[in-house]
Design a protein around this ligand. Sequence first.
Ligand SMILES: Nc1ncnc2c1ncn2[C@@H]1O[C@H](COP(=O)(O)OP(=O)(O)OP(=O)(O)O)[C@@H](O)[C@H]1O
Length: 262
Amino acid sequence: MSTTTTAGGHRPLLELRQLEKRYGNGTLALQGMDLAIGEHEFVSFLGPSGCGKSTALKMIAGLSPITGGTIAWGGPGQADHSHDISFVFQEPTLMPWATVFNNVWLPLRLKGRSRAEARAEVEAALQTVGLAQFAEVYPRELSGGMKMRVSIARAMVTQPRLLLMDEPFAALDEMTRFKLNNDTLALWQANRFTTIFVTHSVYESVYLSNRIIVMAARPGRVIADIRIDEPYPRSDAFRTTARYNELCVQVSQALHSAGGDH
Ligand SMILES: Nc1ncnc2c1ncn2[C@@H]1O[C@H](COP(=O)(O)OP(=O)(O)OP(=O)(O)O)[C@@H](O)[C@H]1O
């Protein structure tokens, strides 16, 4: 990486340079995507369906091969955190036959940690999402919001440097989504990881992020990089401020120029 800080003054975590994805069937999902993300940023990828948000996230996670360009990790004197990543999907993807404890233990178990060795960390992760009392419950006994909390606890248990969230709250009702927005921000502030959050919602992206990357489709690319320089912690009162509304209008306009129907 050529710089020691990103435009927002953060130490660099990763940089996409001319990133391209062409799927085997010929679809050009991303082309010429340039983006530097700093440590402890909360970045949203916002854009119409099919603009390559999930594709970019999967490539950053190393789950989808790069067909052009590069992803560089760290910067001068900075560590490579490409292995300190957790992913939260739209579906909670819990193992139905396993208790909440065993679901959250899974990433540590895959690293060879016994139940006894992992116990304190699993319990701490459940505590952070308010589910300490539900360790021995099975997923079928939980509401949609609680299942998503388990999914977030499972992502947090390895203490990632980068948390990737792909429309995690899209299937939840509005009250639950607002609550989980606040919980996500509290976890991000307390643990100082970087978050990349994929969403279709202008309102959600402005509420959460300090930076919104607006993308357009055919081919997928970045068309706007908007800073949301409002202080944290943000609370539900922020949603009712004139400034929040102004920012939503600004971001909506950028999204409309992307050809979205939002
Ligand atoms: N495995 C695949 N094989 C072929 N084409 C794919 C594959 N996955 C995605 N695509 C195509 O790549 C483009 C980008 O898809 P992607 O899912 O990344 O977009 P998105 O912005 O996340 O969309 P959405 O908001 O609907 O989830 C789309 O045209 C999609 O049809």
